[in-house]
Design a protein around this ligand. Sequence first.
Ligand code: NAG
Length: 340
Amino acid sequence: MMLLTCFTTFALVGLLAAAPTSNNDDDLLITTEFFIKDFVKYQADHDIVQILVPLNSLNFNEDDSSSSESKESDTEIIIFFVEADVQPDGSYIDQGLYVLKEGKAKKLLDNGRDAAASGDSSRKVFFGAKDGLYVYNPATNSAEKYGTIIDSIIGIAKEKEGDVIYILTEGREVYKVSDNGEKKELLDDVVKAKQIVLDYENNLYFYGDDGKPYVRTTEGVKRVEGLPEVSGKVTLVKPPIFLENGVPYIASNKVYLLYANGTSQRTHMEFQHDGLPTAFAPETALIQYYAHDKKIYEYNILALLISTVLEDISDYLNQKANEIRTIASNHESLKRKIKT
Ligand SMILES: *[C@@H]1O[C@H](CO)[C@@H](O)[C@H](O)[C@H]1NC(C)=O
């Protein structure tokens, strides 16, 4: 069974979040204390501005649940990340795209800016760079040119299955790329996007200069409603696996969920200003990665349930213990990789 075929959409979200209620006691404020030394997975020399955890067979192979022979099952999760120097005006100076595999980081591209992977049984991971698209070669642990696109790319997103990739260019145009990277088609209804993210039903979320989010579905583009006026930085986050038709969105340090039907929901999570990560990777839900202060932190959600290291988070997670264990039992290959 494919990793992405059996989700229940209950309302755990984003980082470790939960469904909105009117009860403020359930709120979780993430402060810098959340970033503890024990969880540091990687220390960089620059800011970490993107993290990707591929949900496909590069990391998780749901077919091998009965055998312990699988090569993947006993190795660690492979992640990809992008380093940059963030300038006072918010722009980036590229410092390379890396793979982190078996504890070793290797730079794959000097000017790589974003990574995306399918959620199917392929092992493909794609990179957007200053000079076009690249694909990961797991055998040589390196990046190879993909297709004929030569645009300067700042963001990329991959449909769950098949070969369709969306690229956001430095000129802030979004293209749909297909035919093994040979064909590109301008999405003229996505105007001046600053960031793009796909959900697992291939709806595209984006925002422009005013930070207001939109969703593009098969029915066209619509504004996501129900959000307060935003000021300052906003972020779209790649959704955790159980969220099929929505993505997390952070504005004024508060976490919201945006849905493909154009509605939104406030969650219980909020970041203290200094506690806002510079990159988010909650994709697998059970093991999540966040970057802060030039470091990548790894959070093992099953371990946190029974740990006293971060009590606020454990208390919070324990309210969702049943849902978390349901995710774990629905995703055997994921659970096998996560040592508790
Ligand atoms: C929009 O979608 C969300 C998530 O699927 C759902 O919970 C909500 O009820 C929907 N709202 C409307 C008005 O259809």
